[in-house]
Design a protein around this ligand. Structure first.
Ligand SMILES: Cc1ncc(C[n+]2csc(CCOP(=O)(O)OP(=O)(O)O)c2C)c(N)n1
Length: 554
């Protein structure tokens, strides 16, 4: 597709900015020293243990850099959610380029010394995780557990009418239950009182060592699937950087104009038809711009690009040489000056101040938090004349209390209830004296408590409700998760089935390296939790013995 969205000069600058982000990403994964390649690369400059995910990273660098352009063009209040958050080098590198990283961590300065520290700390003992983590400015989504990006994105835009959340969804991530369900969030978004989510499905074709389903169905089938979920998909496809920059820029402009139009129609003309919000499908090679062939096997555009494409420079001198050529292919001398500072003509491409996605206050929700106006719980006390006498029921009392929390915070618009359709059945009916369930799909006679704008969010997916709530809380608001009680009971007459066996690949100690995943998916409490929750003595015993294995497990 040939368009004129970008002047040739801007296109060249944007491509250079993308090269800078890619250079910083490879540097984070590999380099311990010599950050500007001022000397020939030797083993002493390379980390001993290589951990990270290259495959998703160049695509995310491409997206982030293009979002910067539209933030400036449309003065957008935008944050970025990285579904494949294992691509940590992308968010860390981009927040470094835009300046927010050094503002939060002055030691990681914008010069050669800072670059060295930026590279060393990545996925390194005492450093930072290899995923988009809470340490990273602008990040509200860790991404280590794939599946929640879209739900988090929607949670963030509820009651934030000016906010746009650009949400990158991995095509592998899209196979998870939580993500598959989350496309339906568009039936719960009020174009008047809420902001908007721009999903960008990153169709890079592969997961870890398998193709993804969405990459191996026909284009027509994929388009119908997304349309069936109520979206209008726009495809950006290819691998030639110049053509891709043009296509992405033109598509982003189209999509943002559409979003503006939808919001204008609803907010100014009162159009209440459920919109078909636009989304983007970015079909680019996995490990784009990385090594094409390693040890005689194709890498760029294949599953082999997922993690560390050149895995063993210490034992394999050809890998070291290839790493140097790969880093040099980004022409760092054109991107950074002698002192290691990003050249000013490139630095000016990033937005400024709080418009930078790493500095947007919505991604640091605690800074926006306002207390809820609360009623006095003592006013809801129930007189129980004698123990065991029949009363009103505790949840009915709680319902009245929550109704009044709703009423007191109606102007602040910072409290919602989330749950899988159990507000009524769990006895919180009084809440509907103050608000409705938010619902943008069709309604018919006899429906109850459904309205385009409401403060109760109900969909029969606990994943979705949990994700929405997390997104809502992490952007500085308050919420309540209201869900069905655990209903499993022990029945003596049942023969015992086999217990469920779990084997975690990471155990015990935070910041210990797991070869497979880098440093951020370590769950110190996991074994404890398994032991405590196990209903089967034998399982508990076996898990305990697993816990005594030397750490780390791989
Ligand atoms: C729920 C969950 N299951 C498994 C994993 C392990 N895992 C890490 S990356 C990955 C593949 C992800 O593929 P995709 O979403 O397409 O991202 P990309 O290919 O762009 O890296 C998997 C399965 C995980 N992080 N989360």
């Amino acid at each position: 597709m040939k368009t004129n969205t970008l002047t040739p000069e801007l296109l060249q600058k944007m491509d250079a900015y993308w090269r800078a982000a890619n250079y910083l990403s490879v540097g984070q994964i590999y380099l311990y020293d010599n950050p500007l390649l001022k000397q020939p690369l030797t083993l002493a400059h390379v980390k001993h243990m290589l951990l990270g995910h290259w495959g998703t990273t160049p695509g995310q660098n491409f997206i982030y850099m293009h979002l910067n352009r539209v933030i400036k063009k449309y003065d957008l209040d935008m944050i970025y959610i990285s579904g494949p958050g294992h691509g940590g080098p992308a968010v860390v590198g981009n927040t470094y380029l835009e300046g927010t990283y050094s503002e939060v961590y002055p030691n990681i300065s914008r010069d050669e010394a800072g670059l060295k520290k930026l590279f060393t700390q990545f996925s390194f003992p005492g450093g930072i995780p290899s995923h988009a983590s809470p340490e990273c400015p602008g990040s509200i989504h860790e991404g280590g557990e794939l599946g929640y990006s879209l739900s988090h994105a929607f949670g963030a835009v509820f009651d934030n009418p000016a906010l746009v959340v650009a949400c990158v969804v991995g095509d592998g991530e899209a196979e998870t239950g939580p993500l598959a369900t989350a496309w339906h969030s568009n039936k719960f978004l009020d174009p008047i009182t809420d902001g908007v989510v721009l999903p960008i499905l990153h169709l890079n074709g592969y997961k870890i060592s398998n193709p993804t389903i969405l990459a191996r169905i026909t284009r027509e089938e994929l388009e119908q699937l997304l349309r069936g979920y109520g979206w209008t998909p726009f495809f950006v496809e290819g691998h030639e950087p110049e053509l891709m920059h043009e296509a992405m820029a033109a598509t982003l402009d189209t999509v943002l104009e559409q979003i503006k139009q939808i919001q204008h129609d609803a907010r100014v003309h009162g159009n209440i038809t459920r919109p078909r919000w636009p989304m983007i499908v970015l079909n680019s090679p996995k490990g784009w711009t990385g090594p094409k062939v390693v040890d005689g096997l194709p890498v760029e555009g294949t599953f082999r690009a997922h993690q560390v494409p050149l895995s063993d420079p210490a034992k394999n001198p050809a890998h070291l040489q290839q790493l140097e050529s790969w880093l040099k292919s980004y022409r760092p001398e054109e991107l950074f000056d002698e002192q290691g500072r990003l050249k000013p003509e490139l630095a000016e491409l990033a937005p400024t101040g709080e418009r930078r996605m790493g500095a947007n206050p919505h991604a640091n929700g605690g800074s926006l938090l306002r207390d809820l106006r609360m009623p006095d719980f003592r006013d809801y006390a129930v007189n129980v004349s004698s123990p065991g006498s029949i009363g009103v029921g505790d949840t009915h009392v709680l319902g009245r209390f929550l109704r009044d929390v709703m009423r007191r915070n109606v102007e602040q618009r910072n409290f919602r209830i989330f749950g899988p359709d159990e507000t009524l059945s769990n006895g919180l009916e009084a809440v509907f004296e103050a608000t409705n369930r938010q619902w943008e799909a069709a309604t018919v006679q006899n429906d109850e408590f459904l309205a385009p704008s409401g403060r109760v969010m109900e969909m029969l997916s606990e994943h979705q409700c949990e994700g929405w709530l997390e997104g809502y809380l992490l952007t500085g608001r308050h919420g309540l998760y209201n869900c069905y009680e655990q209903s499993q009971r022990n029945s003596q007459w049942r023969a015992r089935p086999r217990s469920r066996q779990r084997r975690r690949y990471s155990t015990g100690v935070g910041r210990t390296h797991s070869l497979a995943r880098g440093t951020s998916q370590i769950a110190p409490g996991c074994l404890n939790t398994c032991v405590q929750l196990s209903s089967h003595e034998d399982t508990a015993r076996r898990i305990k013995s697993l816990a005594s294995f030397p750490l780390p497990c791989v």
